[in-house]
Design a protein around this ligand. Structure first.
Ligand code: AMP
Ligand code: GLY
Length: 418
């Protein structure tokens, strides 16, 4: 099978690496890719926000499958353009990707499907925002309706800060604060059948102990030793399948990766958001544990034949990934700093996925906010996180930042429970 992967982040690096280990794959291409992905795939330049460029590249390369990583091309209609050329595509249509692209649309689907989520109001004036803030009370949750790379949400107890964020958004959702641990759970669907991955937890705030601004994700781990044992099956049957059924009922079937961002509240599981693609950095830890060959899994989802797919298999090991970000992230970042130590980290047994990197005069330099995602596997979370942090220590990048507490609480709690 010849495959083209669209995107150039750590998530795509992880996808390409897993695909390269699948014996069914005969050729791998990526656009735009990155220097880490270049080890496994031929890179092609392409404006991934233009659906026809992606479809044209796929046709020229005569690939059997296109896998679309990021949300922007999906929302722009890349999957529709690829399918229009008769090429299988892993990723939802533009209409189905609205489940991520518009939070108001996602709410509408959840209500129709009977999926539990935070109570919310879509607001069109600052007056509406004020009354919604008063209705739900503090802490206030204010969201920009459109795509914002994880940075469109403000959670604050300061009413003025909440109102100021709302004033800067095009269309605003105010919702009830959900209290409890967050869980990311992926469903893979062909539009009808949906299979669930194991859960992961992501760390969205930039600073240790969840301080500072929201980011795209600073680290992740899987499995979650503290999660209820029926979690995966409950999320599959009570959240993912009803959502997939509702999308099909509306003639906008969702084929691709349906990512449920959940909170385990005292009143049960509630959805915070859906994403229409693999999460980053959760993908790095989940693929490290996935034993099911990835290429045929994605191909079946892309071609309506997931009913032939056996349940997904995961190793019993734990995986932890720590993101190394550029100085200033998630605000104004510094780029162009030399990156060293990737080989030394690799020799320790970690995998260093690349995101915001590029090669300049033969040197690897930083070129984005999230630069690297250092991933380790171990017999338990403590072993995996110890190894991941040894990998982080081996990397040199001037001014870089990372969180020191990825998987810390879960590793401690599971140790003390034996
Ligand atoms: P989102 O862009 O919807 O994923 O939100 C980003 C982050 O903001 C989430 O991962 C949560 O940490 C936080 N957040 C969003 N909505 C809520 C909510 N209703 N209650 C509590 N925290 C929230
Ligand atoms: N890790 C959060 C996301 O991918 O949106």
């Amino acid at each position: 099978m010849k495959i083209l992967v669209i995107g150039g982040g750590a998530r795509e690096h992880a996808l390409v690496k897993s695909l390269s280990m699948d014996g069914e794959v005969t050729a791998l291409h990526a656009a735009p890719g990155n220097p880490g992905i270049a080890r496994y795939a031929s890179l092609h330049s392409c404006d991934v926000t233009v659906p026809d460029e992606i479809a044209g590249l796929a046709a020229r390369l005569r690939v059997d499958l296109v896998v679309i990583g990021p949300e922007l091309p999906l929302v722009a209609g890349a999957a529709d353009a690829v399918r229009a050329r008769g090429i299988a595509c892993f990723g939802p249509s533009a209409l189905a990707a609205r489940i991520e692209g518009s939070k108001a649309f996602a709410k509408e689907i959840m209500t129709a499907a009977g999926v539990p989520s935070a109570r919310s109001r879509t607001c069109h004036t600052l007056g509406d925002v004020g009354s919604a803030l008063d209705e739900f009370g503090a802490p206030y949750v204010v969201k920009d309706d459109g795509l914002a790379a994880g940075k469109g949400v403000v959670v604050t107890s300061d009413r003025e800060v909440a109102l100021a964020h709302a004033a800067g958004c095009r269309s605003v959702i105010v919702e009830e604060f959900l209290d409890g641990p967050e869980i990311s759970l992926f469903g893979i669907s062909d539009g009808s059948t949906v299979l669930a991955f194991e859960p992961a937890q992501d760390f969205k705030r930039v600073g240790d102990r969840d301080t500072g601004g929201n980011t795209g994700g600073m680290g992740a781990y899987s499995p979650l030793p503290w999660a209820p044992i029926d979690l995966v099956e409950r999320v599959r049957s009570e959240i993912l399948q009803p959502t997939i059924d509702e999308m099909r009922r509306r003639d906008t079937p969702f084929a691709g990766l349906l990512y449920a961002g959940l909170v385990l509240t005292s009143q049960g599981l509630k959805v915070i958001e859906f994403n229409a693609r693999f999460g980053d950095p959760e993908t790095q830890v989940l693929l490290a544990r996935l034993r099911t060959p990835l290429a045929s899994l994605l191909y079946r989802a892309a071609t309506g034949s997931l009913d032939e797919q056996p349940d997904l298999e995961f190793s019993a090991e734990s995986a932890v990934t720590v993101v190394i970000a550029a100085s200033g992230y998630p605000g104004e970042i510094r780029t162009g700093d030399e990156i060293s130590g990737i080989e030394n980290a690799g020799a320790l047994g970690v995998v260093v996925f690349q995101a915001g990197t590029k090669t300049e005069n033969g040197r690897l330099v930083s070129a984005g906010g999230r630069v690297l995602s250092v991933t380790a596997v171990g017999v338990d979370l403590s072993a995996a996180r110890d190894l991941a942090y040894r990998g982080v220590d081996a990397i040199g990048l001037a001014g870089s930042i990372h969180r020191g507490d990825i998987a810390l609480v879960a590793a401690r709690d599971s140790l003390s429970k034996g």
